[in-house]
Write a protein that binds this ligand. Structure first.
Ligand SMILES: *[C@@H]1O[C@H](CO)[C@@H](O)[C@H](O)[C@H]1NC(C)=O
Ligand SMILES: *[C@@H]1O[C@H](CO)[C@@H](O)[C@H](O)[C@H]1NC(C)=O
Ligand SMILES: *[C@@H]1O[C@H](CO)[C@@H](O)[C@H](O)[C@H]1NC(C)=O
Ligand SMILES: *[C@@H]1O[C@H](CO)[C@@H](O)[C@H](O)[C@H]1NC(C)=O
Ligand SMILES: *[C@@H]1O[C@H](CO)[C@@H](O)[C@H](O)[C@H]1NC(C)=O
Ligand SMILES: *[C@@H]1O[C@H](CO)[C@@H](O)[C@H](O)[C@H]1NC(C)=O
Ligand SMILES: *[C@@H]1O[C@H](CO)[C@@H](O)[C@H](O)[C@H]1NC(C)=O
Ligand SMILES: *[C@@H]1O[C@H](CO)[C@@H](O)[C@H](O)[C@H]1NC(C)=O
Ligand SMILES: *[C@@H]1O[C@H](CO)[C@@H](O)[C@H](O)[C@H]1NC(C)=O
Ligand SMILES: *[C@@H]1O[C@H](CO)[C@@H](O)[C@H](O)[C@H]1NC(C)=O
Ligand SMILES: *[C@@H]1O[C@H](CO)[C@@H](O)[C@H](O)[C@H]1NC(C)=O
Ligand SMILES: *[C@@H]1O[C@H](CO)[C@@H](O)[C@H](O)[C@H]1NC(C)=O
Length: 506
């Protein structure tokens, strides 16, 4: 009798406990797998053509002819010392686990990209003294992304096209013993992503189930813990099935909360000055503490997938302290009225590595802002000017380093001609915009906050009737520039010239 009563009381308790831990594990699985929606979005443009290990925008130099090929060989040409060229490797969750090129191992020659050995947890780029390869890049995952960023201006574009043509990528027979992963298209992830009957949450969990066996966490202890939780969440043998009692909306809300909190957490952000914050240096930015900062990783995947690790690039964002905004990576929103202007007053040129560059890009929603100048970003590769009209950059720059201003004002409100070269058009009629500052090859003063970041102010739009407080210069002809990630949504369109879906399969 006693036994029965305790069982009666005990049973529902066990069940509730079971559900709550499955719910908890599901919350985790979603937080962990959410970036795969961004990855699939990226991968689908390649899978349509079965184009893994294929350098888009250059010629295909070799195609894998046999299923035994599984390593990848990247060849980088000799580049002039002024050229910024960064070859960035990402796992499928968007962790930037290795970089070669500017600021990293940067010798011309051949590089081997290989899936890490089974049972090992190494990853990253390592020089290979005396071997046929300059360095070996060990990938923690079987699938991944290589983004190539070339610094370009109007006078160097033809040369950069030549560098691109001399950069090659071929598949080679594997010398490693990493897991045999199936070909990427055969996982069927495109169909999941395209499904009209699944919610985003279900898609993320199904994608995770397909991908996770070949794409485990970078660190050993973490990988074991993740495997246990995913099993509890209902992910097993390549499929997801919802444990009974688990509510996916609860998981959705918990992920939203966790990601928002991580993006805003002061522990994850470092205050610079004049209202600018950046992702905490030393581990979190871009590589998410070797892939273990799941909530932050998800926050970045939702708005800035394929962010680089610091100091290859840093993305300080401006926060309007008067409105108590938070430090969401990618930049806080500002409202630009139809006759408003936002002025960015730079204290001087941001100090970069010799080949570095910077840009300010305006977005509305996740998109670049249409304008007749076709100017979507502005920075040191444009003919921007000091108030006296002399150029800030280029061989004709004679002015001592000092203050200059960038004007963000609606595309349909032209500023006086002396401002046109420093004008970054906002949306016609105004709107809520976010402006992202990108610093590639950031010098130490930019990371420490020693540099005085731009003062950001709002005022009435500058037109011919307004007395200009300062001016930009008279140049009106600037070519479109190619810097940084072009858009938070469509990474391919403007600036990332080479991008590769890497599939280290056998
Ligand atoms: C799971 O539950 C524990 C304990 O309540 C909590 O600390 C943790 O944040 C939860 N994890 C998720 C992903 O909700
Ligand atoms: C793509 O690759 C998969 C698996 O290798 C194959 O089944 C499929 O037919 C290929 N599709 C195209 C369009 O070549
Ligand atoms: C790669 O391996 C296959 C099968 O073992 C072999 O036929 C082929 O010759 C190898 N290719 C190279 C370049 O070594
Ligand atoms: C794979 O290779 C590594 C290093 O070469 C070795 O330590 C490991 O034991 C090998 N694993 C298997 C399963 O053969
Ligand atoms: C989860 O949240 C996202 C946006 O935050 C929403 O688009 C989606 O419909 C929500 N629900 C599910 C079940 O995916
Ligand atoms: C795993 O799935 C495969 C088919 O995808 C099936 O053949 C196999 O039996 C399954 N294994 C287990 C343990 O369920
Ligand atoms: C990340 O991994 C690298 C290489 O294994 C290690 O040197 C570094 O300390 C790790 N960093 C963090 C923040 O875990
Ligand atoms: C710019 O134009 C103004 C008059 O509109 C002129 O006074 C000034 O010299 C010009 N500056 C340059 C650098 O040409
Ligand atoms: C373009 O870039 C090259 C190489 O960095 C540089 O020498 C040249 O001055 C730049 N031209 C302009 C107009 O900025
Ligand atoms: C520098 O000025 C000269 C003379 O005005 C002009 O021809 C040349 O194009 C300018 N160079 C750059 C890089 O703007
Ligand atoms: C401003 O006025 C000048 C001279 O009156 C004219 O040439 C110029 O086109 C005007 N600029 C704009 C943006 O209206
Ligand atoms: C910042 O917020 C204050 C208070 O709402 C507002 O007056 C100011 O114009 C804002 N600054 C910008 C650049 O949006």
């Amino acid at each position: 009798m006693y036994t029965l009563i305790s069982l009666l009381f005990f049973l529902p308790f066990i069940t509730a406990e079971g559900v709550s831990s499955a719910q908890n594990a599901t919350n985790f699985a979603l937080l962990y797998g959410y970036p795969l929606l961004a990855f699939q979005n990226f991968a689908d443009q390649f899978l349509e053509f079965n184009a893994t290990n294929y350098l888009i925008n250059t010629q295909e130099l070799s195609s894998p002819s046999s299923k035994t090929v599984s390593d990848v060989q990247l060849t980088i040409p000799e580049l002039p010392s002024w050229e910024f060229a960064l070859f960035s490797f990402y796992d499928i969750y968007g962790d930037n686990y290795a970089n070669i090129g500017t600021g990293n191992i940067d010798k011309p020659g051949r590089y081997l990209v290989q899936r890490r050995q089974d049972g090992t947890f190494d990853f990253g780029a390592q020089s290979q003294g005396g071997s046929q390869y300059v360095a070996k890049v060990t990938s923690p995952t079987s699938y991944g992304i290589l983004l190539i960023r070339w610094g370009v201006n109007s006078s160097s574009i033809n040369m950069v096209h030549r560098f691109q043509a001399e950069t090659s990528l071929i598949s080679v027979n594997s010398t490693g013993n990493g897991s045999v992963a199936p070909s990427l298209p055969s996982l069927g992830t495109s169909a999941i992503f395209a499904s009209k009957s699944m919610t985003p949450v279900e898609k993320a969990l199904q994608l995770l189930a397909r991908y996770e066996r070949w794409n485990q966490l970078e660190t050993e202890a973490g990988a074991q813990k993740v495997s246990r939780l995913l099993l509890l969440a209902g992910i097993s043998n390549g499929t997801y099935s919802r444990p009974s009692g688990v509510d996916l909306n609860v998981a959705n809300n918990s992920v939203l909360q966790a990601a928002t909190a991580a993006a805003a957490a002061s522990a994850n952000n470092e205050a610079l000055n004049n209202g600018w914050v950046m992702t905490r240096a030393g581990g979190l930015a871009g590589n998410f503490n070797n892939g273990t900062a799941f909530a932050y990783r998800t926050a970045i995947a939702s708005g800035g997938f394929l962010q680089l690790s610091n100091p290859n690039a840093v993305y300080p964002s401006w926060v309007n302290s008067s409105t108590g905004g938070n430090g969401l990576a990618g930049g806080g929103e500002v409202t630009l009225g139809p006759n408003d202007a936002i002025l960015y007053t730079f204290s001087g040129k941001p100090a970069l590595e010799p080949t570095g560059f910077w840009s300010l890009t305006a977005y509305m929603g996740n998109y670049l802002i249409p304008n007749s100048l076709e100017r979507y970003a502005i920075g040191n590769r444009n003919a921007i000017a000091y108030p006296d009209g002399t150029p800030v950059y280029g061989s004709n720059a004679t002015h001592a380093d000092g203050e200059f201003q960038i004007l963000v004002q609606p595309a349909d409100v032209s500023p006086p001609t002396n401002w046109s070269s420093n004008w970054l058009p906002g949306p016609s009629g105004g709107g809520n915009i976010s402006v992202t500052l990108r610093l590639y090859g950031a010098g130490p003063g930019l990371l420490s906050g020693q540099y005085q970041y731009p003062v950001v102010t709002k005022q009435a739009a500058l037109t011919n009737g307004t007395a200009a407080t300062s001016g930009g210069g008279n140049s009106t002809s600037t070519s479109p520039i190619y810097t940084g990630l072009a858009s938070k949504e469509n990474i391919a369109s403007l600036s990332v010239i080479g991008q590769i879906l890497v599939s280290l399969e056998k």
